[in-house]
Write a protein that binds this ligand. Structure first.
Ligand code: ZN
Length: 588
């Protein structure tokens, strides 16, 4: 368990405005900051950051909390990983003994897995140069078939996994690593009969390294056409596929102008070898919005270089959308006369490739090409349809200045009057804005309505009681000195709460009080971001009321107890009546 002091320090050292500001563009609004919520889709900001008490709350979707809550939700981390993430960000080291029990298995230590991965990477690399005939084949695959130099092999730490079920695990076990650790790190598998076997066999190996330089996983590729072509580590305690990218550890230092997003490891390596050190790839899956967000930290522009085949182009479209959503400028590289960058560079040289990079098509141009490819614009009806499709495309562009640029380009290209295109676009934009706003209102309404039920389902059963509970909880949450009054004198206990959620909140405050934790730092350990959002809202509602002297607390508790008594009374009555009816029935 990480001590309260360290969590305190981690939360303190991660200024909430600064932290959230690195994900969301925030504008000052009085003492607070406001921006568009990253957790639900909205056009007017309802996401508010309160620097004074290091918290945030979204009035649209109800998510709120402190820096740990934000990172939990934003980076899709569980509580211990979010704490570690923020510790790293603030340059705080969590003592190992405190960290250990948070790792997934009982005996699995993340540090051990990192070390084990380095040992494994070195083993695979050395194995590539061994006398095993299959290893010689592997080396030839890299050097002859793919034309890689020995220095490139060394730079990426490439290797070879032998065609054996236990050569690798025998070696690792001799080095002191247990089967549990090897399985946890996805280096060994376990059969249904309980036999352990090497996870990677007869494959050339690509170590996957995170931006901090840790070996976190491996990818293995077959050398012939057998399937599956690539095998990648599954998620492990030190690796999440959806959050990492191949070669970003190198590319991040060359990302200023742009990053080149490739399909496979070999594309990336070929590009780096040719001097394009800003190439990266996802890890055997389509790009995720998490990866898009990560990339936006390193660059403002992505050049997508996917295969020219249908699957590649479909993936490119999807990537374009995801990358565009996080504000990245996206363009697509079209490689003429070669199936991938590697082949193109071998045929035409690196200078020509650099020239291709300079002439990539913007998302808009790319989509226009797609539309024009569908029609024969020499035929009047086709031309009308093409213009209609392009008008629709332009109407999706947010900036009106940008729209005007596209309108004049298209007008010129298709010899159509720019004014008439503009009229069509304007009409469509107006219509989309209207329906867009309506849809958004509806979405927020639904989200907030569903939300209140999900967090505290008992609320609807007794709204008056629940409100009174929240009033008292708001006071206890806001004013630590009131907790002393309530708990020391046992003014109320968890039995005084009718709704389960509020009872949990009360017990949490009480337990924190008994543990001497005034700042309620452990909140993210016990509550989800949606739940901490509700707790923040109780604070905000309470903050809107001014009186804070002790009488307010006494009064709040009194009102709560009375409302519960009333409920109890009516419940008893109902049962008594029922009882009486049943009795009468029995007696005939
Ligand atoms: Zn929201």
């Amino acid at each position: 368990m990480i001590s309260k002091e360290i969590i305190d320090e981690i939360v303190m050292r991660n200024d909430i405005g600064n932290l959230i500001g690195s994900y969301v563009s925030l504008k000052r609004a009085g003492a607070n900051l406001k921006g568009l919520c990253p957790f639900h889709s909205e056009k007017t900001p309802s996401f508010t950051v309160y620097p004074a008490d290091n918290s945030f709350y979204c009035f649209g979707c109800g998510i709120g909390g402190d820096p740990i809550t934000f990172i939990k939700k934003m980076e899709h981390l569980d509580y211990p990983d979010a704490v570690e993430f923020l510790a790293k960000r603030a340059g705080i080291t969590i003592p190992d003994s405190q960290n250990q029990q948070y790792n997934s298995g009982p005996k699995i230590d993340k540090k051990r897995i990192y070390e084990m991965n380095v040992v494994a990477a070195k083993y695979f690399n050395a194995n590539l140069f061994s006398n095993d005939p299959k290893a010689r084949e592997a080396l030839a695959y890299f050097t002859e078939k793919r034309g890689l130099s020995l220095s490139t092999i060394k730079h990426f730490g490439l290797g070879f996994a032998s065609d054996s079920f236990d050569a690798f695990s025998k070696y690792m076990r001799a080095r002191g690593y247990t089967y549990e650790e090897l399985v946890a790190g996805f280096l060994c598998g376990k059969s249904e009969k309980g036999h352990y076997y090497d996870a990677f066999r007869n494959r050339v190996m690509f170590p996957i390294i995170d931006v901090s330089g840790n070996v976190i996983a491996f990818g293995g590729r077959v050398m012939d056409d057998s399937k599956p072509k690539y095998k990648n580590s599954s998620d492990t305690p030190v690796f999440k596929k959806s959050r990492n990218l191949f070669a970003l550890n190198f590319a991040k230092n060359f990302a200023e102008d742009a990053l080149i997003l490739c399909e496979g490891y070999m594309d990336v390596i070929a590009l780096h070898a040719a001097g394009f050190s800003n190439a990266i790839a996802t890890l055997g899956t389509a790009i995720t919005s998490e990866q898009a967000r990560i990339l936006s930290r390193y660059t403002g522009r992505i050049i997508i270089s996917y295969d020219a085949d249908e699957a590649g182009q479909k993936a490119a479209k999807r990537a374009m959308q995801l990358l565009g959503e996080v504000g990245l400028e996206v363009s697509v590289l079209k490689i003429p006369d070669a199936k991938d960058p590697d082949e193109y560079i071998k045929k035409h040289g690196r200078d020509n490739f650099a020239h291709l990079l300079k002439n990539t098509k913007s998302k808009f141009e790319y989509n226009v090409e797609g539309i024009l490819g569908k029609y024969n614009v020499d035929l009047p009806q086709d031309k009308i349809n093409a213009v209609a499709d392009i008008v629709n495309l332009i109407s999706e562009v947010y900036s009106s200045a940008e729209r005007d640029i596209y309108i004049s380009t298209i007008a010129q290209r298709l010899s159509v009057d720019a004014k008439s295109i503009k009229n069509d676009v304007d009409r469509l934009v107006a219509r989309k804005t209207r329906t867009g706003r309506k849809n958004e209102e509806k979405r927020i309404k639904e989200a907030t309505a569903g939300f209140s039920d999900r967090i505290n389902p008992d609320f609807v059963k007794a709204p008056a009681i629940a409100k009174n509970e929240e009033n008292v909880l708001g006071l206890l949450l806001l004013y630590p000195d009131k907790r002393k009054l309530a708990f020391r004198d046992k003014l109320l206990t968890s039995d005084d709460f009718f709704t389960e959620f509020n009872k949990r909140v009360f017990s949490f405050i009480e337990e924190s009080y008994n543990a001497g934790d005034d700042s309620l730092e452990r909140i993210n350990e016990f509550f989800t971001p949606e739940e901490t959002g509700r707790i923040i809202r109780m604070k905000l509602n309470r903050m809107a009321l001014s009186a804070t002297d002790d009488a307010v607390l006494y009064d709040g508790i009194d009102t709560l107890k009375k409302s519960i008594e009333k409920k109890e009374a009516s419940k008893t009555n109902t049962f008594e009546v029922l009882d009486a009816i049943l009795k009468r029935k029995r007696d005939g």
